[in-house]
Design a protein around this ligand. Structure first.
Ligand SMILES: [Zn+2]
Length: 338
């Protein structure tokens, strides 16, 4: 099998690896689509410690080519999406059915090999059969939808409420679409004209932080109350304190990110206390994959983003080369297998 393997920071190679046996309860997948995401680039940059060598890639969509003993959920030929984490099944959290909180969680493309490869062997319970009528490429965004569901749930977003989304990233636009489906009012803020132009396809309010007084504008939109909810994303346009200041009294704020991507060190505690804000953190996939697939099926969410870069499997190395020179402004790249 061929895989993009990170041997040490800044050293990635297309490696020829031994094919893995398909054990009991496991399936072999021939990958069709994968992605290069922020996690991969942070690992490559040496900003996140890891034990190498490591096959990169959190996302994987492909066809089942072999099934191990005892597998009843999928058959050869099924097109599936792979969940980026695997739970142990034995710990307290797993026994309660909270697999995303597993104490011994394996994360593909981080603690374990990922899916920037031609074939992968994974546990059958970590794959989700994709319905015929969804565009298989769109399944690369299941984790984004999964996280977006968690953000909306944690904020307890209600009909008619405003939700300021700080960052017109793919995750930001996914959250905006879920907010619309809850009949809330998303207000997306960014500095990047290309990202904002894409945002305008989805939302009525897409504000350029460098061109408008965002606080004043939101004061107007909300009739002077400021926003009931705010989401701060890791690659946001504004520093977190400026995002917090867009929340009204007793506002609810979600921070979605990872310890390596979200810098919360400068939070203005005084503002937080005086305004009695509630803050929640949302990190990684939370086992909402089935719900996320349904949202793609019924078009609650559309992820055919105009500015999504695409590369072939052979070109993956170039994405990382460019990252080193800071050329890849849009971190997320769709990877199409030849
Ligand atoms: Zn567990």
């Amino acid at each position: 099998m061929k895989a993009w393997r990170l041997n040490s920071p800044n050293l990635i190679e297309l490696a020829d690896m031994d094919s893995q046996p398909v054990g009991e309860g496991c399936v072999k997948i021939k990958l069709r689509y994968s992605a290069v995401s922020a996690t991969d680039l942070l690992l490559y940059d040496g900003k996140v410690p890891f034990e190498g060598p490591l096959v990169l890639g959190r996302q994987g969509v492909g066809m089942v080519t072999e099934v191990g003993d005892g597998v009843k959920t999928v058959v050869r030929g099924d097109i599936v999406a792979i969940r980026p984490f695997s739970a142990c099944g034995g710990c307290l959290a797993c026994k309660k059915g909270k697999f995303a909180d597993c104490e011994n969680k394996i994360i593909h493309g981080y603690t374990e090999d990922g899916f920037l490869c031609d074939f992968a062997v994974v546990r059958a319970e970590d794959v989700y059969k994709l319905p015929e009528r969804i565009d298989k490429k769109s399944a690369l965004f299941l984790e984004h939808i999964d996280i977006a569901i968690s953000v909306i749930n944690q904020l307890e977003l209600e009909r008619g409420e405003h939700i300021v989304i700080n960052g017109a990233t793919y995750l930001g636009l996914t959250i905006a679409q879920l907010a619309l489906s809850c009949q809330a009012v998303p207000i997306v803020v960014d500095v990047d004209p290309v990202r904002l132009a894409v945002a305008e396809r989805y939302v009525y309010y897409a504000l350029d932080y460098t061109k408008v007084d965002v606080r004043k504008k939101i004061l107007m939109i909300t009739g002077g109350r400021m926003s009931e909810t705010v989401v701060h994303l890791h690659s946001s346009a504004m520093p977190i304190n400026q995002a917090l200041a867009l929340a009204g009294k007793r506002g609810r704020v979600a921070v979605a990110g990872w310890e390596y991507t979200a810098d919360l060190s400068g939070i203005d505690g005084k503002y937080l206390l005086n305004n009695q804000l509630t803050m929640v953190g949302v990190n990684g996939s939370n086992n909402n994959f089935s719900a996320a697939i349904n949202m793609l099926v019924n078009h609650t969410v559309q992820v055919d983003f105009d500015n999504l870069p695409e590369v072939t499997f052979a070109e993956v190395g170039k994405v990382f080369d460019g990252a080193l020179r800071n050329e890849n402004k849009y971190l997320y790249h769709r990877v199409v297998m030849e």
